[in-house]
Design a protein around this ligand. Structure first.
Ligand SMILES: [Zn+2]
Length: 246
């Protein structure tokens, strides 16, 4: 049985487990669809605007076996909490809660010693309740520090100006470029290797010249960062993993 309640429904997996599915009414969707969200820990049922909801719910229930199998296969979410290891610009850092300190959020250590090289620690003072938010805020700030100068430099190399740079928590795109020369980026790019982040900056800057993905566009990207294909492939292969954090 599937129960409809506001914006989520519950469907029953073959093993009897209840699975929560978010319902998204979409003006753009042409047909009913069921997918996992980019973080892979939640199912989303897309229903075209005006389509009969009971049919869509039945469709989700029919797919419950598929859904349960795929949810089970997904990597676990990694919460920002004491001890968590987070990738950042191709390195790893470890979150450390420092409730006794009053310094905010700071990165320390990571220097190699005779005993090896411990992970740098991202120390977070304050209450445990605020730790995840403070880590996220810090990473967003770092993302802006990394992305802004790169995107602007790439734009300059193409003789273009960036009107505005926004850092967002987008789930479907790593970056975008508006017709008014505004570039936006996902803060999660700071979790990717540096070259990959730089490639996305170049990609969006190149859209200031070519608002398409034509061969001319890719030539510009190549002029800016050289061989871009490995970076694009990296995002295809590992992009979803970056949504597991936080
Ligand atoms: Zn593009």
């Amino acid at each position: 049985m599937a129960n409809l309640d506001s914006d989520t429904i519950t469907v029953t997996a073959p093993n009897g487990e209840d699975l929560v599915v978010a319902v998204k009414i979409s003006g753009r969707a042409k047909r009913v669809g069921l997918r996992l969200d980019p973080a892979g820990d939640r199912a989303v049922l897309t229903v075209p605007w005006g389509a009969p909801l009971d049919r869509a719910v039945r469709f989700a229930q029919d797919q419950a076996g598929w859904l349960a199998r795929n949810l089970a296969k997904q990597p676990q979410r990694i919460a920002f909490e004491d001890g968590a290891v987070i990738p950042m610009l191709g390195r790893e850092i470890r979150v450390r809660h420092r409730p006794d300190q009053r310094r905010g959020v700071w990165l320390q250590g990571g220097e190699a010693t005779l005993d090896g090289a411990p992970l740098p620690e991202l120390c977070v003072s304050g209450e445990a309740d605020h730790l995840a938010r403070r880590v996220t805020d810090w990473l967003k700030r770092r993302a802006r520090e990394e992305i802004s100068p790169r995107a602007r430099a790439h734009a300059r190399a193409l003789d273009r100006r960036v009107a505005k740079i926004s850092i967002r928590d987008t789930t479907s795109r790593w970056g975008s470029c508006s017709s008014r020369a505004g570039l936006s980026f996902s803060w999660r790019l700071v979790l990717a290797p540096e070259d990959v982040l730089d490639y996305v900056c170049a990609h969006e800057a190149a859209h200031l010249v070519e608002m398409n993905h034509s061969p001319a566009f890719w030539r510009l990207v190549g002029d800016l960062v050289g061989d871009w294909e490995p970076h694009r492939r990296w995002l295809k292969r590992h992009g979803a993993e970056l949504h597991r954090y936080g």
